[in-house]
Design a protein around this ligand. Structure first.
Ligand SMILES: CC(C)(COP(=O)(O)OP(=O)(O)OC[C@H]1O[C@@H](n2cnc3c(N)ncnc32)[C@H](O)[C@@H]1O)[C@@H](O)C(=O)NCCC(=O)NCCS
Ligand SMILES: Nc1ncnc2c1ncn2[C@@H]1O[C@H](COP(=O)(O)OP(=O)(O)OP(=O)(O)O)[C@@H](O)[C@H]1O
Length: 200
């Protein structure tokens, strides 16, 4: 049986870091952020809808979506964020389900859904187990500002656009505390996989 693991956390809590650990164990990962980029490429149906809603000012000169600009608009405005989500999420979900079902036919011991909004979008019924990557607020803010070279204000706006990480940790089947080193987080991941009888 293939166990479907829903991997989540908050922005910059370490989801990609942990999803790379899964990949290194030969467990496939389906990345919602990556798919959310693919479904808004100019030839895709979501693209036209975004341009109609947000105008051509959210485009680069070559016609591609200017993610920095669109991000500035939606992370500071709940209504606009909801409108963008309503365009992008159904397309992402369709592809995630399709890929999940493909990997299930390939008899992998597990497949990972790496999805930042697993709880916010009520998608837990799509997975067998939920795993949250946790960091404290200070570490999160510091790592986010460092990684994206962003201001404190931008970083806080992004963090506040999601459910709190404490709330997510309470709802999860398992939590990786990623405040320490990457190696320490890897040790925690291996223990969780053993507990869930996932043999890789
Ligand atoms: C607004 C956009 C263009 C900004 O792009 P950008 O390249 O700067 O960021 P990226 O997509 O890499 O997202 C970075 C992180 O921001 C957070 N985030 C992204 N979208 C959202 C959202 N709608 N609500 C809350 N948090 C979000 C996630 O933690 C994500 O990991 C982009 O995030 C987007 O299209 N978002 C809507 C789709 C979405 O919800 N994606 C998340 C998973 S499906
Ligand atoms: N244990 C760790 N120690 C030090 N730095 C870390 C650790 N885990 C992650 N990082 C760094 O913190 C930043 C955020 O991590 P990562 O990109 O994995 O988060 P994420 O949850 O995938 O973010 P996003 O939601 O934006 O996709 C990265 O620069 C990463 O290299």
């Amino acid at each position: 049986m293939t166990v479907v693991v829903g991997l989540t956390g908050s922005i910059a809590s370490g989801k990609s870091t942990v999803s790379n650990m899964f990949r290194n164990l030969n467990i496939p990962v389906i990345d919602a952020d990556q798919l959310s980029r693919e479904v808004v490429e100019p030839e895709q149906p979501a693209y036209e809808k975004i341009v109609r809603l947000f105008g051509e000012e959210v485009l680069h000169d070559d016609g591609a979506i200017n993610r920095k600009k669109l991000g500035k608009i939606i992370f500071g405005n709940k209504e606009k964020r909801k409108a963008l989500n309503e365009i992008v999420h159904p397309e992402v979900r369709k592809e995630m389900v399709h890929r999940r079902d493909f990997y299930k036919t390939q008899q992998y011991p597990a497949v990972v859904w790496d999805i930042p909004l697993l709880f916010e979008s009520n998608l837990t019924s799509y997975v067998d187990r939920t795993l949250v990557v946790y960091v404290d607020e200070e570490t999160q803010l510091k790592r986010l500002m460092e990684r994206d070279q962003s201001s404190r204000e931008d970083a806080e706006q992004r963090i506040n656009s999601q459910m709190s990480l404490n709330e997510k940790a309470e709802m999860a089947d398992a939590v990786i505390d990623n405040n320490g080193t990457v190696d320490e987080s890897f040790e925690q991941l291996k223990s969780i996989l053993a507990k869930w009888n996932i043999v890789y």
